[in-house]
Design a binder for this molecule. Structure first.
Ligand code: DC
Length: 222
């Protein structure tokens, strides 16, 4: 298993869906020998369990109870495998139906409280690159580097659509764009920890930029 570096560098990468956070965060983590924590995967794991158990998304109390009682584990010995109560859900949580359900689940205070607790425990174990929506503003307000990645809605939807098609999921670009717009609205308008840049975050618009260029910019900040 990979060892974390001693100096415990914390890098927070926030931004809307499809801005390139996970691709960039994984590479930065590899280059600096830090762990990568995909917090979106944790919210997706709860959405997965809620749908699997046939619980209504509108039932806040039941959804919060699921968050309290579900074991979510990010396995860092591989690139990153996501486990939910002992089941490997790495692929399953990328389905469009989970993407649609997850913004609802992520808006509930009790779900966020529980997952933020787990995310801080991850960070307490050592140096980390963490991506999400509220990492710089809420989860790790003392992070050494805070980056807010954005890109135009059209470019973000196109990236996500290509990803889905490449992994064999059938969907249209228009459907992905509509879903993304809806999710952006839910993530930015929710009351608890809405998506917004931390005042001390560096804002990087990735439209038209290659992954390598973005990674180099973040490494320079670190
Ligand atoms: O990054 P992603 O698409 O896998 O995120 C899934 C959802 O979880 C997204 O709708 C926003 C939410 N999320 C959040 O509210 N806070 C985080 N730190 C990470 C994700």
């Amino acid at each position: 298993m990979k060892q974390r570096q001693q100096h415990e560098l914390q890098i927070a990468i926030d931004g809307p869906a499809g801005a390139g956070k996970s691709t960039v965060a994984k590479l930065v983590a590899q280059r600096l020998n830090l762990f990568y924590v995909d917090t979106g995967a944790m919210y997706r794991a709860i959405a997965y369990k809620v749908l699997k158990n046939g619980i209504s998304l509108d039932n806040q109390l039941n959804v919060e109870e699921i968050a309290e009682t579900t074991e979510v584990v990010l396995d860092h010995s591989t690139i990153q495998t996501v486990w939910c109560d002992g089941e490997d859900i790495t692929q399953a949580i990328r389905n469009p139906e989970i993407s649609r359900a997850v913004s609802v689940v992520a808006a509930y205070a009790g779900v966020r409280r529980r997952l933020v607790e787990l995310q801080r425990l991850e960070a307490a174990r050592g140096g980390v690159v963490m991506d999400g929506r509220d990492i710089g503003t809420h989860v790790l307000p003392e992070a050494d580097v805070k980056v807010f990645l954005t890109a135009s809605l059209e470019e973000r939807a196109k990236r996500r659509w290509v990803e889905l098609i490449n992994s064999g999921k059938e969907t249209s670009l228009d459907e992905v764009l509509q879903d993304m717009q809806q999710r952006d609205r839910q993530d930015t308008e929710r009351e608890v920890s809405p998506l917004e840049p931390a005042p001390d975050a560096v804002i990087l618009d990735t439209t038209g930029l290659s992954v390598e260029v973005i990674v180099a910019k973040i490494l320079a900040l670190a």
